[in-house]
Design a protein around this ligand. Structure first.
Ligand code: ZN
Length: 176
């Protein structure tokens, strides 16, 4: 006798991150929030997220967690402001892409996360990078002669490391 069991867990459908990025950019542009540097706090609030800073171990960057009816973004209070900005963007990405699947996300720091085999982490980092360092803007700045990592990082208010990954992912070579 064949027994057919109901599948208990939904297979993880691939998220259309590109479409989600386009949708968010459209909404932010309409709300006047698509600025350089991006006001990540304002974007989070616009999306209904509550942002809170908390002391955490140095290798933790933050989390996204549903508490009752509210999604809360926690950020490591000890980190530099530019790292906090990327963390908030990363948690916004989890909210936009993955919050239908999971009610909590706890994140290690960016440099430790890059080896994480969980595809959701790469999706969130890619989404966050596109949100905070939009490709057309990065290309425009480099094309206009802003070619030092530190000058670019300052423009977008991100860490030099996040900026380095971004320009490399956009196909630029970094001489260091
Ligand atoms: Zn994450």
């Amino acid at each position: 006798m064949a027994i057919i069991r109901k599948q208990l867990t939904q297979p993880a459908a691939p998220v259309d991150t590109r479409q989600a990025e386009v949708d968010l950019h459209t909404r932010l542009a309409a709300a006047g929030l698509l600025t350089v540097p991006l006001n990540v706090q304002a974007v989070a609030e616009y999306l209904g997220l509550e942002v809170t800073e908390e002391p955490m171990d140095d290798d933790l960057s933050g989390y996204l967690e549903r508490r009752g009816g509210t999604w809360v973004v926690g950020v490591n209070a000890f980190h530099h402001i530019n790292r906090k900005r990327f963390t908030i963007a990363h948690e916004i990405a989890h909210f936009m892409l993955h919050s239908a699947r999971q009610a909590s996300f706890h994140d290690r720091t960016f440099s430790r996360r890059t080896a994480d085999p969980n595809p959701m982490e790469r999706e969130a980092d890619r989404f966050a990078a596109e949100l905070i360092m939009p490709a057309p803007m990065v290309r425009e700045l480099i094309g206009s002669g802003v070619t030092s990592l530190s000058a670019l990082a300052e423009r977008f208010r991100v860490s030099a490391l996040a900026m380095k990954y971004r320009v490399q992912n956009l196909g630029y070579q970094v001489n260091q």
